[in-house]
Structures are given as structure tokens and as C-alpha cells.
Ligand binder design. Structure first.
Ligand code: URA
Length: 261
């Protein structure tokens, strides 16, 4: 048994709060009866649950995919400007899934896609502070003091503060470096603006994993369903019962592999 508003959120119908509003508005029926009482519970395997008379699937199977987003792809299902977008990789068999957050056009790496609205909410809400790690190639060689500044807090170009959970060198090249930066929020261009604030602009940005789900053994443009084990990990991370494992590596080309699609 589970709370009805939670079930509706899990089904991707609405956020939990909006699901409660739907209930209060008398738009939710369970076994033919309108249910307005918040806190009502349902058995998703037995009860017939409808919104405005439209039946939700009883054998609700949520879908979870991981995509290795290549650089040069917009994180939307369609792009009016005709640029490559996530929608280009989706077909009917994926169902109605949506990206969990965004990566910039030029950023590559892990992007989860799902129809589990509740999970999306938990992973993205700043108040849950779920760590997000990026591997950034930056100009120059940030000193230990510069990396410390990222963890103590920097002021971004818009005057707002930002702080990293950790910032560690990963590979030092001749003129540039790869640095692993972990933050707990997803503000617009956050990683790029944080490195800008310490005078080491980002040259390329890679997210090796999202919520612990890794793309390190995948190639850019590859999409696959999560394994059972990964689904368990993802749900544990989203519910706050475990921290995502730190996954660190370089994007395919930088790591010296060739790319095939
Ligand atoms: N921070 C950025 O600056 N860009 C991204 O794509 C993700 C995080």
C-alpha cells in the first residue's frame, strides 16, 4: 500500500503537491469513487486509479534510462532551431520519458531519462542537496589555494555566492588541467561560472555519472536501460538513504578511445 499522492507522483502525473491539489479538486478516482482525502492509500497492484476518469496503468512499470549525451546536443525533446536534441535518440519504445535536469549544449556525459516524476523531483530539488560531480578541463593549473577557494565559496558574475563540496585536481596537462568538482545544486552554468570566478575558464565539461549511474563504459550517443542494481542504487540515492558513489574518468576522446555510433 502507498499514499495516493505518492503513487500519482511516481506515475509522473504531477509533483506530490500538485497531486494533492488534484485530489482536493475531486479529479482523482479509486475504484470508481472520488477520493479527496489527503493521506488516502492505494494498492497499485489491485486498485483502479483514474484521473478525470482516465485509467492509470495498474501494472505501473517505470522506465529508467541513462544516456551518454554527446557535446553539441540540446537537452530538450525537440529543438525549434533544428539542432541535435535528446528527442533524436528517442523512439516509441522508450515511452514518455524526460531528461532529469539539463546539461549545457557543449557539455557531455551522463543524463538520466525517466517517467518517474517523483524521482526527478527528489534528484533535482536543491533542498535534498544530492552531490553532482563534474570533470572539467580548465585553462591553466589551478593552485591548491584556488581550489580551496571553490570549497570556501566564490562570488559568481551575477554577484551570487556558490560553494563546492570538493575540488580536486585529476590530470595536469601542459597548459591545462582536468579538475573534479562536486557541487550540490544545478544552477545555470554553475560549474563554468565557478571556475571563471577563480580565473580558470572551463574548456570542456564532462559528467561521468548522474546520481551514481555511470557512462564510463558507454560511448557518446549511447542510450541504455538501467540494470536492476542501478535502479536500486538510483532510488536509494534519490530517497537520501545513500550518497551517490563518486565516479571519475575522462570523456571518451580525452581518455584516448575512438568514438563509434
Ligand atoms: N554546470 C555547467 O556549467 N554546465 C553544465 O552543463 C552542468 C553544470
Amino acid at each position: 500500500m502507498e499514499r495516493l499522492h505518492k503513487y500519482l507522483a511516481r506515475a509522473g502525473v504531477a509533483s506530490r503537491r500538485k497531486a494533492e491539489q488534484l485530489m482536493l479538486a475531486g479529479r482523482v478516482q479509486v475504484n470508481g469513487q472520488t477520493v479527496c482525502q489527503l493521506g488516502s492509500v492505494v494498492d497499485a497492484g489491485r486498485d483502479e486509479i483514474c484521473i478525470d476518469g482516465h485509467k492509470l496503468s495498474l501494472a505501473l512499470q517505470q522506465r529508467y534510462f541513462i544516456f551518454y549525451k554527446p557535446p553539441g546536443v540540446v537537452t530538450t525533446l525537440a529543438d525549434p532551431q533544428g539542432r541535435p536534441c535528446i528527442g533524436d535518440w528517442l523512439s516509441k519504445e522508450h515511452g514518455r520519458i524526460y531528461p532529469v535536469g539539463r546539461l549545457d549544449y557543449d557539455t557531455e556525459g551522463a543524463l538520466l531519462l525517466t517517467d518517474d516524476g517523483d524521482l526527478v523531483n527528489r534528484l533535482l530539488r536543491p533542498r535534498f542537496k544530492i552531490p553532482r560531480s563534474y570533470v572539467a578541463k580548465v585553462r591553466g593549473k589551478p593552485s591548491p589555494a584556488a581550489l580551496r577557494r571553490l570549497c570556501e565559496g566564490v562570488v559568481l558574475s551575477d554577484g551570487k555566492p556558490a560553494v563546492a563540496l570538493s575540488a580536486k585536481p585529476y590530470r595536469i596537462l601542459k597548459a591545462n588541467s582536468w579538475v573534479v568538482l562536486t557541487v550540490t545544486e544545478g544552477r545555470y552554468h554553475l560549474v563554468k561560472r565557478m571556475f571563471e570566478a577563480i580565473g580558470h575558464p572551463v574548456l570542456s565539461l564532462f559528467r561521468p555519472a548522474q546520481a551514481g549511474i555511470s557512462v564510463l563504459k558507454m560511448y557518446p550517443g549511447q542510450m541504455r536501460a538501467l540494470t536492476e542494481e542501478e535502479c536500486v542504487l538510483l532510488k536509494a540515492v534519490a530517497s537520501g538513504t545513500c550518497q551517490p558513489p563518486l565516479v571519475v574518468g575522462l570523456p571518451v576522446r580525452a581518455a584516448g578511445f575512438s568514438v563509434g555510433k
